[in-house]
Design a protein around this ligand. Structure first.
Ligand SMILES: [Zn+2]
Length: 510
């Protein structure tokens, strides 16, 4: 069995999750589900990054111990599993023992590239990174638009410069495939501009005692990024279970946001090269979710809370919107107006209506039983008519776009077929055929429609699983849907139940 190890970035827990976090988790979930349907053994890892100075500050503000704050917020990130119907297999926290051991093991494995020196530089606590003057925008952090802190102390450094040529070759030749191409080019030009050695520790004092000790030197804490990145190997037990580590590492895919591509495409491979560990195969860099055209931020007060959104509209509406409306590799915008429009036109009217209409007709004209036909079911126009956007085209599009992370394209194709199926009903007017007693023709049409919604249920499974299963249940296809993924275009799947039953509205109108 082929294995597929996929990770999300681990999130800072100085604040609870917002919809930007939800976007990355949902994208990764769709990928993980897709690979499970390909019959691969999938390990989907996510988690929380808890050793940052931001947590110390946030806890101080609230007057509570740092550990208490990270426990509370990490739990909220974990709760996204249920709220967003995420299928992750493991959740790693960087305060866990397996992570601490792994981070220290990685440090020791990089030892020959580590040296000590005194350093003076500008540090952004938000980024957990030093910046050069030339990288600042108006003297502020380009990512956070905040003032930086002048830091001078003796720290450990990592010989990044030594790995420059090799890193360039690795990215250029797609040994680590960075997607989309524009991000790959950004990384390459950053490498070309020259790589300086990086500071990989801070004094325990500056860290307020929070973080992971440098092995053999408790006066220093490991730089948050170095240890946070190691979560990807620690999630498969780098320091704690050799067999498991060998089985799963390297990762097949890291999913990350554009703001942290340098850490993942340069620093992380450099640490792995130094430690003589295999490199991840692919890195997908997604854009940001904006709100009404602006970056989501606490100070702007425009944070969209995924918990509230799901409570009001349901899990699948949020999943659908984020996958359908946000171009996965670019920034995408959230507004309540756009959200409700998608919900009403695509889900309630589009999908919900097609399923309800079809099942109501089958109930009315066929007593809820699968209609009998005397033609070759594979010859149904909804399946093969090349003049229309038939469901085979949607399948081809799903298989073409999902591996390239173009979820919006895949969904757009499925919804094109939904529109086609609606048009098919209008054109063929099954109610007239029933009145005229043309049972053969009527059955042919209804059979095709039933199978159409069956195919749709399959196609939407990786995006909006709950809705998919709901439709499958109504068609008595539940077991097949989940357990027999390979037969996704088989007509025989329509036959296991002798009757279908109407389901409650999938998406009530708002
Ligand atoms: Zn910053």
């Amino acid at each position: 069995m082929k294995k597929f190890y996929v990770t999300t970035a681990i999130d800072y827990v100085n604040a609870p999750p917002h919809c930007g976090h939800a976007l990355e988790k949902i994208q990764t979930d769709a990928i993980a589900r897709y690979h499970r349907l390909l019959d691969e053994e999938v390990l989907f890892l996510t988690g929380t990054d808890e050793n940052s100075l931001k947590n110390v500050q946030a806890a101080k503000k609230e007057g509570i111990p740092t550990k208490k704050l990270v426990d509370r917020n990490s739990k909220k990130f974990y709760e996204l599993k249920k709220v967003l119907n995420l299928s992750f297999d493991d959740f790693i926290r960087t305060t866990e023992e397996r992570h601490i051991k792994g981070a220290q093991k990685l440090w020791l494995a990089c030892k020959k590239d580590i040296y000590k020196k005194t350093y003076r530089g500008l540090y952004c606590i938000g980024c957990e990174e030093f910046y050069k003057e030339s990288e600042l925008e108006d003297g502020l952090c380009p990512e956070h638009k905040t003032k930086l802190e002048l830091v001078e102390e003796e720290n450990y450094f990592f010989r990044l410069s030594k790995h420059r040529d090799e890193l360039e070759k690795i990215i250029k030749n797609d040994e680590i495939k960075v997607t989309p191409e524009s991000r790959k080019n950004e990384i390459l030009s950053f490498i070309k501009s020259g790589l300086e050695d990086i500071c990989i520790s801070r004094s325990a004092e500056r860290a307020h005692g929070w973080g992971i000790d440098v092995p053999g030197d408790p006066t220093q804490k490991i730089w948050v990024w170095l240890e946070a990145l190691s979560n990807y190997i620690n999630g498969v037990e780098y320091a704690t279970d050799e067999k498991k580590f060998k089985k799963w590492w390297p990762a097949d895919l890291h999913v990350i946001g554009k703001g942290i591509s340098r850490f993942h495409c340069i620093y992380w491979p450099a640490f792995l090269l130094s430690a003589k560990l295999p490199l991840p195969k692919k890195i997908f860099v997604h854009g940001y979710l904006t709100v009404g055209g602006q970056k989501m931020s606490k100070s702007l007060g425009n944070i969209v809370d995924p918990f509230e959104l799901v409570e009001k509209y349901g899990t699948d509406s949020v999943r659908y919107f984020l996958l359908r409306e946000i171009p996965s590799a670019e920034d995408g915008d959230f507004t309540y107006e756009k959200f409700e429009k998608r919900y009403n036109s695509d889900l309630a009217k589009g999908l919900g209506n097609l399923v309800a209409r079809t099942l109501t007709m089958v109930e009315k004209y066929c007593d809820g039983k699968v209609p009998e036909i005397d033609k070759d079911p594979d010859s149904h126009p909804l399946r093969i008519d090349t003049k229309i956007h038939n469901w085979k085209k949607s399948w081809a599009d799903v298989d073409k776009h999902v591996p390239n992370f173009q979820f919006n394209e895949a969904l757009s194709s499925i919804w094109k077929f939904i529109t086609e199926a609606d048009r098919y009903i209008e054109e063929n007017r099954p109610w007239d055929l029933a009145k005229e007693g043309k049972i053969k023709e009527l059955n042919w049409i209804l059979y095709g429609l039933l199978n159409a919604i069956h195919q749709i249920a399959w196609q939407i499974y990786i995006f909006i699983p709950e809705t998919s299963v709901k439709i499958a249940k109504a068609l008595k296809l539940e077991k097949l849907l989940v357990k027999d993924p390979k037969e996704k275009d088989s007509w025989t799947n329509i036959r296991p139940g002798t009757e279908v039953k109407e389901i409650k509205p999938l998406f009530p109108k708002v």
